[in-house]
Design a protein around this ligand. Structure first.
Ligand SMILES: NC(=O)C1=CN([C@@H]2O[C@H](COP(=O)(O)OP(=O)(O)OC[C@H]3O[C@@H](n4cnc5c(N)ncnc54)[C@H](O)[C@@H]3O)[C@@H](O)[C@H]2O)C=CC1
Ligand SMILES: O=P(O)(O)OC[C@H]1O[C@](O)(CO)[C@@H](O)[C@@H]1O
Length: 382
């Protein structure tokens, strides 16, 4: 079995590539990082270490790599022969890989036209659907209808904390032991071979919303509030009791939405929150607040981890003040080397915070959630 995986970064190597390899796939990574590509190709394996007490290391084998910059035709040929294509490049990068993926699909249509699953493993609602739209925009009518007959783009939710890596070995990844990969089985081609470790569900929304609005909402809240208080890592931030209780407050707000909307059991959801807060604290990891808060514009967008649950809480007459505080803290996220942080700060300086909130969240100035964000923003400035 053959897999092509776009993005040989933290999640690519530390989670998706690992699981696919353990399931018996030969994994071909595709990346723009030429050094990582060359090393994967040369060694054909790499180590993944679990951030737990005994720090178990597994060797991921039967891997190779191609450059998405210089080897587009080889990548297309690999896609034409693959059983599965996965991505972990970042949702905003999907548009850059759509062309080569379309090329692979065209080639496959002219050849085997065998069933192909394409799964975007990104932190986004409907990631694979977004990728499909980008790929289909590059295909003509005939290729689109051919692709319809053999390719499926099931949406997925992925969860594993993999911080920035700093090792002498550029391929080594240290990951938390926990992982969850949930795939929408209703969008899979009938007769598919399940991947061990993947949880297939016929209705993904409760899973992706529970994950994004708990793990990711909580994590970025800890990062934004932590940055404001001068903490460099999530572990330092989570040692601050006041900050932890503010993060818990946020998760109680999103939890109320999730419980009401999806019927999660209240006690069970409370345990889920406890477990996630414990994962954030993992002393075997060093996770920088600047990484976890990265790309604040994406995180403040209407369909993402802060605005979406706040709007759903507002619509249901539930509380959203703590979410508004996290959004206000996101507006203060001023981190060098993060282009979205720079853009946000430039917008605040040029247009003021109110117009900036409207521009990036889509919330009108007279919306209650917008007002609440502004109240919290002014409070945080004091
Ligand atoms: N790190 C984490 O804890 C988690 C990350 N995610 C999601 O996984 C995705 C990847 O995140 P990370 O692995 O942390 O990021 P990363 O930055 O470590 O990896 C991304 C990789 O994509 C590569 N890339 C960039 N442009 C490319 C292109 N045009 N073609 C091929 N490869 C390209 C980069 O060189 C890099 O190796 C994101 O959507 C993130 O939200 C989801 C769950 C956990
Ligand atoms: O690119 P993003 O959305 O910040 O993704 C990374 C986040 O996803 C998580 O892995 C949660 O699954 C966190 O470690 C991290 O905050």
């Amino acid at each position: 079995m053959k897999a092509v995986h776009f993005g040989a970064g933290n999640i690519g190597r530390g989670f998706i590539g690992l699981l696919l390899s353990q399931a018996g796939y030969e994994v071909c990574f595709v990346d723009v990082n030429e050094a990582v590509v060359a090393e994967l190709k040369r060694r054909g394996e790499y180590p993944v270490t679990l951030a737990s007490e005994d720090r178990e290391t597994v060797t991921v084998q039967h891997v190779t790599a191609l450059s998405s910059v210089t080897q587009a035709s080889e990548v297309a040929a690999a896609i034409a022969e693959a059983d599965i294509v996965t991505t972990a490049v970042g949702v905003s990068i999907l548009k850059h890989i759509a062309g080569v993926l379309a090329g692979g699909i065209r080639l496959r249509a002219a050849g085997s036209a065998a069933p192909l699953h394409v799964i975007a493993c990104e932190n986004a609602i409907g990631g694979s659907a977004q990728l499909k739209e980008l790929v289909y925009a590059q295909l003509d009518e005939e290729s689109r209808s051919s692709a319809d007959s053999f390719a499926a783009f099931p949406n997925a939710a992925v969860d594993r904390i993999v911080p920035l890596q700093q090792h002498d070995d550029i391929l080594k990844v240290v990951v938390e032991p926990f992982y969850e990969w949930v795939v929408d089985s209703s969008q899979m081609i009938p007769g598919y071979t399940p991947i061990p470790g993947v949880h297939y569900v016929d209705h993904l929304e409760p899973y992706i919303e529970r994950k994004l609005f708990t793990v990711n909402t909580g994590h970025c809240s800890a990062a934004y509030l932590g940055e404001l208080r001068g903490y460099e890592t999530i572990q330092q931030a989570m040692a601050d009791e006041r900050l932890t209780s503010q993060v818990r407050e946020v998760l109680e707000e999103t939890g109320a939405v999730l419980i009401q909307k999806h019927g999660f059991d209240e006690a069970g959801h409370s345990k889920y929150i406890d477990k996630i807060l414990e994962r954030f604290r993992n002393p075997a990891l060093t996770d920088e607040t600047s990484r976890v808060g990265r790309s604040p514009i994406r995180k403040l967008s209407a369909n993402d981890r802060l605005v979406s649950p706040a709007l759903q809480a507002y619509d249901r007459g539930l509380r959203y003040a703590a979410l508004a505080r996290s959004m206000a803290a996101a507006l203060r996220f001023d981190v060098q080397d993060d282009p979205e942080s720079a853009e946000l700060q430039a917008s605040i300086a040029a247009n003021g915070p109110g117009a900036t909130v409207t521009r990036y969240t889509g919330l009108a100035a007279d919306h209650s959630v917008h007002r609440s964000v502004m109240t919290e923003y002014n409070e945080l400035k004091k």
